[in-house]
Design a protein around this ligand. Structure first.
Ligand SMILES: [Fe+2]
Length: 324
């Protein structure tokens, strides 16, 4: 958008055609910085869409035994015209490969960090606490402090998701130590399995979207999330089942954990699942998930849903698939 030189004479036409306006006679630097837009030229700003895609190259690299210890980000910031790495506007997912007995540390500028253990075992140190993890575990740690993960006797592969883009959007720093909205929280694989089993034992009505296990903690019990913005859920889909089409304003960044012959339908387009892929389900898209295999499918879903719950704007509704 070009900025006009100060003028009081604006030609007739549509206000949508006007460049940003400036003060005619600024009396201070603060007045000089002021820009004036209008309903015609401000609200029609079109941002690039959140892409409907799957990251498959990144997990292949993370699972390759020749890949050295390090992070592999799922970054679509260029496509979304964002100046910092991002998988969706508020969320960044990355894989980490940590070779046996090696360590990988980072201080994420995020309010919290969600981990899933794809392979291996090890531990992550966070201040005075250490989480000892194994394959299939989910754990959450506060952002804004050094988190050092060390693999055990085998190479380890982790999936790590943060809300770094959310903080970067507002040019914020992570909370000071002890001030993050989460403590260290650990959901071991066997307990996750037990909880999912319980969901199926108890059953549900068709008015509930699926049989997802939602992770929370004592610190976030009130909002039933792990972080104020991020919701984390282990979704499961029995063999042959389809999850009812629905839409919501939150975007989903999901990790395919288990799902042969599984696919999603996004706004009428078929999207096959790939092993350990990170998939983006764009906001407001009508989507459903299908399990054409003979085993229970599982996928870990991170959504920026917390922020939509809080603003009373989740916009969840069941839907029929539009014709492709
Ligand atoms: Fe959904």
């Amino acid at each position: 958008m070009t900025v006009a030189t100060p003028t009081s004479a604006v030609k007739a036409g549509s206000i949508a055609e006007m460049p940003a306006q400036r003060a005619l006679s600024p009396k201070s630097e603060a007045e000089r910085r002021a820009l004036y837009f209008n309903t015609g030229n401000a609200f029609n700003l079109k941002l690039p869409i959140v892409p409907d895609m799957s990251f498959t190259v990144e997990p292949a690299r993370a699972l390759d035994k020749n890949t050295p210890t390090g992070f592999i980000a799922c970054d679509r910031s260029a496509e979304m015209a964002m100046p910092y790495p991002a998988t969706s506007p508020l969320v960044l997912a990355r894989y980490a490969r940590i070779r046996a007995r090696e360590s990988l540390g980072a201080n994420f500028q995020a309010s919290g960090v969600v981990f899933y253990v794809i392979a291996g075992s090890g531990n992550t140190r966070c201040g005075s606490e250490t989480v000892a993890w194994n394959e299939g575990d989910v754990f959450v740690l506060p952002g804004g402090q050094e988190l050092t993960s060390t693999a055990g006797e085998q190479d380890a592969v982790l999936w790590i998701v943060t809300n770094e883009p959310q903080l970067a959007f507002e040019n914020l720093r992570a909370p000071a130590q002890g001030q993050a909205p989460t403590d260290a929280v650990h959901f071991p694989a066997d307990e996750i399995e037990r909880q999912i089993h319980t969901l199926y034992e108890v059953g549900r009505g068709n008015d509930i979207a699926g049989s997802a296990l939602i992770f929370s903690s004592t610190k976030q019990e009130g909002i039933r999330n792990v972080l104020p913005t991020l919701t984390v859920a282990m979704n499961s889909l029995p063999a042959g089942a389809t999850q009812r089409p629905h839409r919501h304003n939150s975007v989903a960044v999901s990790l395919v954990i288990q799902g042969e012959r599984c696919s999603s339908t996004i706004d009428g387009r078929l999207k096959p699942w790939a092993p350990w892929a990170t998939t983006i389900t764009p906001p407001t898209s009508v989507h459903s998930h299908h399990n054409g295999g003979d085993k229970m499918a599982k996928f870990l879903i991170i959504q920026d849903g917390g922020i939509y719950y809080y603003t009373r704007a989740l916009g969840f509704e069941f839907a029929e698939h539009p014709t492709a």
